[in-house]
Design a protein around this ligand. Structure first.
Ligand code: SAM
Length: 251
């Protein structure tokens, strides 16, 4: 049901504001320049832009205040928000009508491709939306399309997919790969564990910070290629390294 726009249109019939999993303030540290650049030995071709210049795409924005909270915190480079619920897009357009220089809202089904030119964005945020797409009927092909398209519209050298999910690395990293190869799209993947916001929950959410490869040429499948996948945080869970052959570095 979470994979269908009809479900979300009905859910958004009454307007409001709700943030799934995490809020901007709970993720703010992970969105700092220092954190986004990671600790990789791989040097970006171009430095990550300042928040004032960063072009951001939010996939499945819903009625969350995430984009507006970013804007209030200085992310003025432009934040494009997409969602396949026409109801919520209409509401968000009206709500933020005075901020159109900085925020725009478009009705897009992200499993059908992203209507943006190659290398448009510095940062893509996908919070709880990946999890929804995984519940859709054609979930595997849909999620592959979302990852492929995200990589395409990210800038080379520093572009980052910032994926926030309730799914642990064993259940999510495999979808970031192509042909069982995590380095096909990504030069570096850092995984952070963040405590679930609800006071009654002992569960964690996971933030996958995926930095796009430096070049457009898909890697040769070599057991020695440079690749970094690092897990941070207190979680004892380790990604299944067998999924990623020897392209994986787990911290
Ligand atoms: C769980 S909510 C998360 C909303 C928001 N990102 C947040 O964290 O609060 C998932 C959102 O993704 C949207 N969505 C689900 N599948 C989508 C798709 N294929 N294309 C575009 N949006 C989608 C839904 O309409 C919903 O607004």
């Amino acid at each position: 049901m979470y994979g269908k726009p009809e479900y979300w249109n009905e859910r958004y019939r009454v307007s409001g504001s709700y943030d799934w999993l995490q809020t901007y303030s709970s993720l703010r540290n992970l969105l700092s320049l220092e954190s986004l650049m990671g600790t990789s030995k791989l040097k970006p071709l171009s430095p990550f832009p300042s928040h004032e210049k960063c072009r951001v795409l939010i996939l499945g924005c819903g009625n969350s205040s995430f984009a507006f909270d970013m804007l209030k915190d200085g992310w003025k480079g432009h934040i494009t928000n997409v969602d396949f619920s026409s109801t919520v897009i209409q509401q968000m357009k009206q709500k933020y009508v005075g901020y159109s220089d900085f925020l725009d809202f478009r009705c897009v089904d992200i499993t059908k491709g992203l209507p943006f030119a190659d290398k448009t964005f510095d940062l893509i945020i996908c919070k709880a939306t990946f999890d929804c797409v995984l519940t859709s009927a054609a979930s595997i092909s849909s999620i592959k399309k979302v990852v492929e398209e995200s990589s395409r519209v990210l800038k080379n050298g520093h572009g980052i997919l910032f994926l926030v999910s309730h799914g642990n690395p064993d259940s999510r990293v495999v979808f970031l790969e192509r042909d069982s190869d995590l380095s096909y799209y990504w030069g570096e993947v850092n995984i952070h564990t963040v405590a679930r916001r609800s006071a009654s929950s002992t569960k964690n959410d996971y933030v996958y910070v995926c930095r796009k490869r430096l070049d457009d040429i898909p890697p040769l499948k070599s057991p020695h290629q440079a690749f970094s996948c690092k897990t941070n945080g207190s979680d004892t869970h380790k990604p299944d390294t067998s999924l990623k052959s020897s392209n994986t570095r787990v911290g």
